[in-house]
Design a protein. Structure first.
Length: 278
């Protein structure tokens, strides 16, 4: 997977890059695994905007990803596909019963590779096992937080975690943020690194490409009027803030702790903030 550059035929093209699609083997998704998506534009069921700066994306279908892949499944990869709803590539697999599934494609997956899920699965790239059957030090992705709920952690392009220890009923997993978290050993995970690792190096190049992705412009608070934002106002050019930074609604931000879910705090062995301070 490499980065494709363009000739500078226009100012936008000069800094624009994209990914080549040498890993993708088909442009036609499986219709039975598609679901129509209604454009929400950041609005809830009452029509109120709950997420700003969203809207205007091209129409797309949602791919039904199998984040569980039941134990005892043996499947063969038939295609590596592009998914417009996520940064990672997806793999279309066909199990021994003749049923098709989509899974997150790991790095170095290839057409014809066998994928095995279950406690007896071999320790090979792409296979899915419970944490209790994965050796300590292994690189993993698509990790369950609760047994049977399906993968919730480490699913984006190029992401990976590491199983660093096992103690009692829990395993210690180092997440991409640096956080070390306890996860029950009954939870499953896939071996390897999520593919499409060059995704983070793509340069958008122009504003219109962002609009096609459904990302609308963001206006800084310091250039707004005082009536519209706590950072707004001033005497024409004075952009220094004398107060702590805040959201448009007055909530402190940039370092202000807002975590209120203390019931899961006991599962965090090492905070991601402590990891960054080193």
């Amino acid at each position: 997977m490499s980065i494709q550059q363009y000739k500078p035929t226009t100012p936008a093209r000069r800094g624009m890059t994209s990914q080549d699609r040498d890993q993708i083997t088909t442009d036609k998704p499986l219709r039975s695994l598609l679901m129509p998506m209604r454009a929400q534009s950041g609005r809830n069921n009452q029509g109120r905007i709950t997420t700003r700066h969203k809207g205007g994306a091209g129409r797309r279908f949602y791919r039904l990803i199998d984040f569980k892949l039941a134990g005892g499944t043996t499947a063969t990869i038939e295609h590596i596909e592009y998914d417009p709803n996520r940064s990672a590539r997806i793999a279309r697999i066909k199990d021994d019963k003749g049923e098709y599934h989509y899974i997150i494609a790991a790095k170095d997956m290839y057409v014809g590779q066998q994928i095995v899920s279950g406690e007896d699965a071999p320790i090979e790239n792409g296979n899915r096992l419970p944490l209790k059957n994965i050796p300590v030090g292994s690189t993993i992705h698509a990790i369950e937080l609760y047994p049977g709920r399906g993968a919730q952690l480490v699913r984006s392009a190029g992401a990976s975690a590491q199983l660093v220890a096992k103690e009692g009923d829990y395993g210690q997993v180092r997440l991409p943020s640096g956080e070390i978290r306890l996860v029950r050993l009954e939870c499953t995970a896939s071996l390897g690194v999520v593919g499409n690792e060059q995704h983070q190096n793509v340069k958008i190049g122009k504003a219109g490409r962002k609009r096609h992705m459904g990302i609308r412009p963001t206006v800084r608070g310091v250039v707004q009027n005082a009536v519209d934002h706590p950072h707004g106002g001033g005497d024409g050019g004075r952009h220094r803030m004398a107060k702590p930074p805040r959201t448009p609604w007055g909530q402190k931000t940039l370092g202000y702790k807002t975590r209120t879910r203390k019931s899961t705090a006991k599962m965090i062995v090492k905070s991601r903030h402590a990891a960054k301070r080193k």
